[in-house]
Ligand binder design. Sequence first.
Ligand SMILES: Nc1ncnc2c1ncn2[C@@H]1O[C@H](COP(=O)(O)OP(=O)(O)OP(=O)(O)O)[C@@H](O)[C@H]1O
Ligand SMILES: [Mg+2]
Length: 212
Amino acid sequence: MRHIMVLNAKGGCGKSTIATNLAVHFARVGQITCIADYDPQRSSLDWLASRPADLPAISGVAAFDEGIRGVPRNTEILVIDAPARVHGTELNELVRRAETILVPVLPSAIDIKACGHFMAELLELGKVSRKQARLAVIANRVRENTLIFEELDVYLAQLKIPYLGSLREAQNYVRAYARGMGVMELPEYLAWPDWKQWEPICAWLDSKRSQP
Ligand SMILES: Nc1ncnc2c1ncn2[C@@H]1O[C@H](COP(=O)(O)OP(=O)(O)OP(=O)(O)O)[C@@H](O)[C@H]1O
Ligand SMILES: [Mg+2]
């Protein structure tokens, strides 16, 4: 089973949004997919509860009380939605659960600064420094042609880990979440710009580069 975690200590950067869309990607390509929700706010589990029965199935487990338990045995991909504000030993414990870690970052001065501190902490962890986990960053809620996105773009590009691309700020994410769907499941005429933006992210995840 592969374990793919969406992680950033900063709240509200899009972890749950990206985790749910990732689960949809894997379910759509025929992988048996489960989502583990580490966040007591249950964002991923609530999303799953409204998922239509005629779409590719995704299972879900609550991990916020006792860790990851009850994942169906035949699961091929476990997407892990991490909580905000994790540091120190808790972060170390969490990172041990995954071989692939995606870090979303918002175009905001506060988030860019916080990302600097978080990255420094993450890169120090044994599992990451021994390259037993592969890391990548994604810019999220991006508005093209803004100074702050330019700043984030430059910042992410100079990190020594893969920068997979950006996801635009779009109501499609809000809409898809409310319906238990991913943006890939919205109609093409509405969501094709989002589909395009997911391509490099999915390509990296489907490649050996994302696995130790
Ligand atoms: N690309 C996007 N476009 C528009 N809205 C977005 C996008 N990504 C996330 N959002 C919205 O931003 C808010 C925060 O997103 P989300 O809950 O996914 O973040 P999070 O990192 O999981 O938060 P927390 O740290 O509280 O768990 C939500 O209202 C979500 O709908
Ligand atoms: Mg969340």
